[in-house]
Design a protein around this ligand. Structure first.
Ligand code: GLU
Length: 308
């Protein structure tokens, strides 16, 4: 049984890009007769607010998207709010510790910027591994000054995986991202650790999400392999971008669900999304079940989609 999921962060009202991901993830799961989970990624307590989580549910329902478990509906694999899943993350961190690949990192952001080579293409900073070789005495001394983050040592080896939409991907974690943080110095678990823990324990078999997360996927696959969990099928989707080429975000006025709901009916908005997803030649009014019958992955574009 296919199990898909949508994992929004309740840091504001959803915008067109968020619901584009939600709709495509829902369509992919439902077109295979699968289940669909709603998981609320509220790890960052400073930025996330419960009222936004409620609004996400309301906006999904308004569009006609239903889910089998998650959010306030609950279900057998809960809780479905990351802020309530700390015990799971602690267990997973302990499992990772047994691999001998974790180490404390005392670097500040400034240290990291100073000692790391920015990744050639996209400005991603590759961690130099500076704290990996500290002696026990050095760690003791530094611990007295500041709390460390926890990093995972990655292999310098070439791997591939096949994305369900973008095809074969080549990567080398040491070259492309460097040792990465699994728990931050403030005690919060990192997105990479939380998302893998949750997808694995919730039985997710298919991850559909924006291609801004394609570059995080190798880190996540590495975590799956260390933890002995089976790796879901990943399928990334293009980003919606504004005319200036920048990703659609909360700053683009008029694209948040509040204003979209004032201007469109659910069928009009779904018709727009179906068109942006390559499922129709022109904008028309459609229900979610009508779109389901039109859905096919090979119609979905791979180039980012410009929304004017
Ligand atoms: N919570 C992430 C976001 O809202 C999505 C994570 C994922 O789909 O893996 O961008």
């Amino acid at each position: 049984m296919v199990v898909g999921r949508f994992a929004p962060s309740p840091s504001g009202r959803m915008h067109l890009g968020n619901i584009y991901s939600a709709v495509l993830s829902w369509l992919s799961a439902r077109s295979q007769g699968g289940r669909w989970i709603l998981r609320i990624e509220d790890l960052d307590r400073q930025r996330c607010h419960p009222e936004y989580a409620g609004q996400i549910e309301d906006d999904l329902r308004w569009l006609g998207l239903d889910w089998d478990e998650g959010g306030s509906l609950g279900g057998p694999n809960g809780p479905y709010y990351q802020s309530e899943r700390t015990d799971f993350y602690i267990n997973v961190l302990e499992k990772l510790r047994e691999t001998g690949r974790l180490y404390p990192c005392f670097c500040s952001r400034a240290d990291i910027m100073a000692s790391s080579a920015p990744h050639q293409s996209d400005g991603v900073v590759v961690y130099s591994g500076r704290c990996r070789t500290l002696s026990a005495a050095e760690r003791m001394a530094l611990s007295a000054e500041r709390k460390p983050a926890t990093r995972l040592c990655v292999p310098d080896a070439d791997f591939t995986f096949t994305d369900g939409h973008y095809g074969l991907q080549h990567y080398n974690l040491a070259r492309d991202c460097g040792d990465f943080i699994v728990r931050r110095a403030d005690g919060n678990f990192a997105y990479q650790l939380a998302v893998v823990t949750d997808d694995a324990l919730m039985g997710v078999t298919e991850v559909v999400r924006g291609c801004d997360l394609l570059s995080s996927t190798p880190q996540q696959i590495y975590l799956y392999s260390l933890l002995g969990y089976s790796v879901p099928q990943f399928a990334h989707i293009p980003l919606l971008v504004a005319l200036d080429g920048r990703r659609l975000a909360k700053r683009n006025a008029g694209t948040d669900m509040g204003s979209l709901r004032q201007r469109y009916t659910p069928q009009q908005l779904l018709g727009l999304i179906a068109h942006l997803a390559g499922l129709t030649d022109q904008r028309e009014e459609l229900s979610i079940s009508e779109i389901l019958s039109l859905f096919a992955w090979n119609k979905v574009p791979t180039e980012n989609v410009v929304v004017d």
